[in-house]
Design a protein around this ligand. Structure first.
Ligand code: SAM
Length: 287
């Protein structure tokens, strides 16, 4: 099946997050002010869904899991595509010295916040660039690592993104991402999330969560970036849903929008527990 190319659209959850942060929502500032992604709990049984601090630690750990897989060493040039508020790059430069870091995002509002939050460390370079991950504004062979944390499902096309990453990676380079990977049997159901009416109403906006592991291997091989690691970490991310459910219940969104968002979260929790939609870390190595 062809990878459908979509025009990027605005994301309602990002608009709401930015509005709440501007209003000084302390719980959101703590939980989603640095990372806009799911949390990782080594022992999901001891998560504390009422504590934003617990969520913030879990979100930082998710970045660390991904960075471990990327194997970044001093002197490397790293691109974070769909970088949000720059949290993963900030986390990276806290741990590795002498890096050349670039964050790219389609939304200049997030980049403005990223520039305020993430300052370059002495000996490192850090810049934020506005652009679309599927038409990267960078020269060929200009990065050692590319990261894309929990954002590829919003990109207009995975095939276009992988081709662009292959182009900008140096020989020996690698791409590391996190994504919701459906079991093959779930793909027909996952296609429903792409119904335009649902995408317009849905808090999460346009999301394509129909790329199975087999499809990933196919797209990656075509791009010259074969998948070398695929790690299902769903179990460690599940407390995210209890936390988000509590945030929604306390939030200002009411009525149909809130019900739809809660149903969406309930569905993600349900399919995650049954292995139908697997929150996964993937590494692709350039051949
Ligand atoms: C769930 S957030 C993840 C943000 C960040 N990676 C993190 O983990 O904190 C998804 C991000 O993808 C970005 N995004 C969506 N479509 C994009 C595109 N075509 N090119 C670049 N960034 C995009 C959004 O603006 C948003 O920052």
């Amino acid at each position: 099946m062809a990878d459908r190319v979509r025009t990027p659209v605005t994301l309602p959850y990002i608009d709401q997050l930015l509005a709440q942060l501007a209003r000084g929502n302390a719980a959101l500032e703590q939980s989603f002010g640095r990372h806009i992604h799911w949390g990782y709990w080594p022992d999901p049984g001891i998560a504390e869904p009422d504590r934003p601090e617990d969520y913030a630690e879990a979100a930082e750990r998710l970045s660390l899991e991904l960075l471990d897989l990327a194997g970044i060493t001093p002197g490397m040039r790293v691109l974070d595509a769909g970088c949000g508020f720059g949290g993963t790059l900030a986390c990276l430069q806290d741990r590795v010295e002498g890096l050349d870091l670039t964050g790219l995002n389609i939304d200049p509002r997030q980049l403005q916040r990223a520039r305020q939050l993430a300052q370059p460390r002495p000996g490192s370079f850090l810049r934020f660039v506005a652009g679309d991950a599927c038409t990267l504004p960078f020269a060929d062979a200009s990065f050692d690592r590319v990261l894309a944390v929990e954002c590829i499902f919003h990109f207009p096309s995975r095939a276009a993104f992988l081709a662009e990453v292959r182009r900008v990676l140096r020989p020996g380079g690698a791409l590391v991402i996190s994504d919701f990977v459906p079991a093959t049997v779930w793909v027909p159901m996952a296609r429903m999330a792409r119904w335009p009416a649902l995408e317009r109403l849905n808090l999460f906006g346009a999301c394509d969560v129909t790329c199975s592991a087999a499809r990933y291997r196919q797209l990656a091989a075509q791009a010259g970036l074969p998948v070398t690691t695929l790690r299902d970490i769903t179990r460690h991310t599940l407390p995210t849903y209890a936390f988000l459910g509590r945030m929604l219940a306390r939030g200002t969104r009411r009525g149909f929008g809130q019900s739809l968002a809660r149903s969406g979260l309930g569905m993600l929790d349900w399919v995650g527990r049954r292995g139908l939609l697997r929150y996964s870390l993937l590494r692709f190595d350039r051949v």
